[in-house]
Write a protein that binds this ligand. Structure first.
Ligand code: THU
Length: 121
């Protein structure tokens, strides 16, 4: 359900919460560009606004409209920071080109030395 009329780069994310719920999200672009929301954050904010605050795993894929993904779509820096806030300690991040071609990472691998709630206690 990506809304990407400007870049035509469509991203989809699906996440699993600690209580076993699934949420999906697409990127939502804006004519101002800066107000664009990434797919990962769309999915995370849907979960959080439903009261689900611990994410166990998140998968993301992306590609130009009408084509198969040509590369892995890694989460941007802002999305990594949002996952730092709501990801479980051992959260898994999956970047996928297809259901059989994907890579798995921990959040710590993609955001080492992250800044989180613990940092300001
Ligand atoms: N995008 C995402 O949805 N997730 C990312 O982590 C990186 C970028 C989107 C934003 C924009 O709509 C499009 O990809 C091109 O940057």
């Amino acid at each position: 359900m990506a809304y990407a009329p400007y870049s035509r780069y469509q991203v989809g994310a699906a996440l699993l919460t600690e209580d076993g719920s699934c949420y999906q999200g697409g990127n939502i672009e804006n004519a101002s560009y800066g107000a664009t929301n990434c797919a990962e954050r769309t999915a995370v904010f849907k979960a959080v606004s439903d009261g689900r605050r611990r994410i166990k795993a998140l998968a993301v894929t992306g590609g130009l409209e009408g084509t198969e993904p040509s590369d892995y779509a890694y989460p941007c820096g802002i999305c990594r920071q949002v996952l730092q806030e709501f990801g479980a300690e051992d959260m898994t991040l999956i970047v996928a080109k297809s259901v059989t071609d994907y890579r798995e990472f921990s959040l710590k691998e993609l955001l080492p030395f992250g800044f989180g709630g613990e940092s300001i206690k």
